[in-house]
Design a protein around this ligand. Structure first.
Ligand code: SF4
Length: 203
């Protein structure tokens, strides 16, 4: 039976997509491995690049790439970062002209959320924040059994409510939503329901 082919960049040693060549040369496309997404889904390259013809997408992508340029440098050991992600977030928010930032955080990172709020406020941003337990809805509401509660079967346990977190940040019309430590799955729901630009790159 033929082996199924699907994109597997993580297995690639060719890096045809980012070759070490001069700007006036052409990437060696004939060296793409069989599992290369550029080979398997070639039609999506131009289709997706055309998305950047939308002025708002092009400008956002341009600012993100300028930010990338300001965050990395070539050193003897190779590519390395120059600033922490939190500084990157601040710089990018500045570039985009954002003022009102939202933090959707996990209750386990309450201290970090307060520190992040202090840092962002000191940089001149207004900061809205929502804890994952906001809503105070019992876990039983989503079918969790008593024996599946971390605090024990007889104790109250609020469900994480990433949909509420997302809708709060939507309603507060923040310019950028920052996810801070949301658990796997809860982050997925948050991303699904949040309609403002999101970053998870603060840590
Ligand atoms: S896009 Fe193609 S060349 Fe680039 S890492 Fe993936 S498989 Fe390798």
């Amino acid at each position: 039976m033929a082996k199924e082919l699907y994109p597997a960049c993580a297995r690639c040693t060719k890096m045809v997509c980012h070759p070490a060549i001069r700007a006036d040369e052409t990437p060696p496309f004939d060296e793409m491995p069989p599992f290369c997404p550029m080979r398997l889904h070639a039609e999506l390259i131009e289709k997706t690049v055309m998305e950047y013809d939308k002025p708002e997408v092009e400008e956002f992508a341009r600012l993100a790439s300028v930010q990338e340029f300001e965050c990395y440098e070539w050193a003897e050991e190779g590519l390395r970062t120059k600033i922490p992600r939190i500084e990157e977030t601040i710089q990018f928010a500045d570039k985009c002209g954002y003022y009102r930032l939202g933090i959707a955080f996990c209750t386990g990172l309450r201290n970090e959320a307060r520190m992040l709020t202090d840092i962002l406020e000191n940089k001149g941003f207004q900061v809205v924040s929502v804890c994952c337990k906001a809503g105070a809805t019992a876990k039983e509401r989503i079918g969790i059994k008593p024996e599946q509660k971390i605090r024990g079967s007889v104790n109250w346990e609020s469900m994480c409510n990433p949909v509420f977190q997302a809708e709060i940040l939507n309603a507060e019309t923040v310019d950028l939503a920052i996810m801070l430590g949301l658990c796997v799955g809860h982050d997925t729901l948050f991303i699904k329901y949040c309609h403002v630009p999101i970053t998870g790159s603060v840590t």
